[in-house]
Design a protein around this ligand. Structure first.
Ligand code: TXA
Ligand code: MG
Length: 340
């Protein structure tokens, strides 16, 4: 089992040095960010990065994000930044945003999955920032989960899944946002959202950027289809139970449909707090989009521990943060989705 470093209350410099030394030695460290936990290694050490893929069982062609602690680190790993890219960084870093930039040669191929670009993110979480500073290198880190499973947002879930595969885990409590960063690329001076997150279309528009969602945000990828972000191709966030996602603008329609499915079957309904009273067996998602975002990955893990035959999940409106929530839920339900 790995060493657990408790930093829930405060950042302890000695403990942080222990974690940073593991990174410097090419070992794996799980650490919190404001979005989800990451499983990190020295992003410039090919061997260390390879071990992340082994620990997660991740496809080799699915590139990793490099996490930085200071804007100045960008020019060590990326080049030829446009004015728009620089402005996006100025405005949104640090925070839950990953920007795809042209890579420098020093970034190992294993990080980028052989692409000529690299995803860069500067977390606002203080523990993450401090770990990167102490380690003195960009940290390559995908979400802390076995590939295909919901991202790790809770230390107990993570310990069970990856505890014996890393040198240490920094416990920073449950992550705040609960969904991974918004991933963007800039094409023809336009922001293209490859993975929706807490930073929304509206946030980019507020600053005058032209912005669009990639066409594959809600759709399933056909075998052989070309995608801008390799992660889109893979199965994600999926409980092993059969799940069905239902959404309607009209709450009564949702209730009727879910109640009809409930009849005659052993069903669990994962729904908005305000709808709990309408069903027999329920799990509470929370009521606001922020609460649902915070809770959803933990809930997707919890449903697998139950004995129900079928899980009905209530969707949310595809607006603002709701776009990110629905992007994850549609995938979690393997596109088993009804809109009424
Ligand atoms: O919030 C987050 O982004 C978390 C925390 C730990 O920072 N990290 C995370 O990493 O979610 P991961 O590896 O689970 O997801 C990264 C996504 C993948 O879908 C990957 O395909 C995409 O970003 N990505 C990374 N580098 C890319 C690149 N150069 N071009 C296109 N997509 C890229
Ligand atoms: Mg992931």
């Amino acid at each position: 089992m790995s060493e657990i470093l408790d930093m829930k209350e405060n950042i302890n410099p000695e403990k942080m040095m222990v974690a940073a030394n593991y990174i410097k030695e090419g070992k794996l460290v799980i650490f919190p960010t404001e979005t989800v936990y990451g499983i990190g290694a020295n992003g410039l050490d090919e061997c260390a990065v390879k071990s992340i893929f082994v620990a997660k069982g991740r496809a080799q062609d699915n590139p990793l994000i490099l996490h930085i602690s200071d804007i100045e680190m960008i020019d060590d790993i990326a080049c030829d930044l446009t004015e728009i890219q620089r402005r996006l960084i100025d405005i949104f870093f640090p925070g839950p945003l990953t920007i795809i930039l042209k890579r420098k040669k020093c970034v190992p191929d294993v990080v980028t999955g052989g692409l000529d670009t690299v995803g860069i993110r500067m977390p606002s979480n203080k523990i993450a920032n401090s770990l990167i500073k102490y380690a003195g290198v960009p940290i390559a880190a995908p979400s802390a989960n076995i590939s295909g499973k919901p991202s790790g947002t809770n230390i107990e879930d993570i310990k069970k899944e990856l505890g014996d595969k890393v040198s240490c885990i920094i416990d920073g409590g449950n992550t705040d946002i609960g969904l991974e960063s918004t991933v963007i690329t800039v094409i023809d001076n336009k922001v293209k959202i490859l993975r929706p997150g807490k930073i929304t279309i509206e946030n980019f528009k507020e600053y005058g950027f032209e912005v669009e969602l990639d066409k594959n945000i809600f759709s399933s990828i056909k075998p052989g289809e070309k995608v801008l972000s390799p992660g889109m191709k893979y199965k994600h966030y999926a409980p092993s139970k059969e799940c069905i996602l239902i959404y309607s603008d009209n709450n009564d329609k949702f209730i009727k449909k879910a109640q009809a499915i409930e009849k005659g079957k052993n069903v669990l309904v994962v729904c908005n707090h305000n709808n709990l009273k309408n069903f027999k067996n329920t799990m509470d998602m929370g009521s606001s989009l922020e609460e649902i975002s915070h809770n959803i990955f933990h809930i997707l893990r919890q449903v697998d521990k139950t004995d129900y035959e079928l899980i009905v999940i209530e969707g949310v409106k595809k607006e603002g943060l709701g776009i990110a929530i629905m992007n994850r839920l549609i995938r979690a339900c393997s596109h088993n989705y009804i809109e009424l």
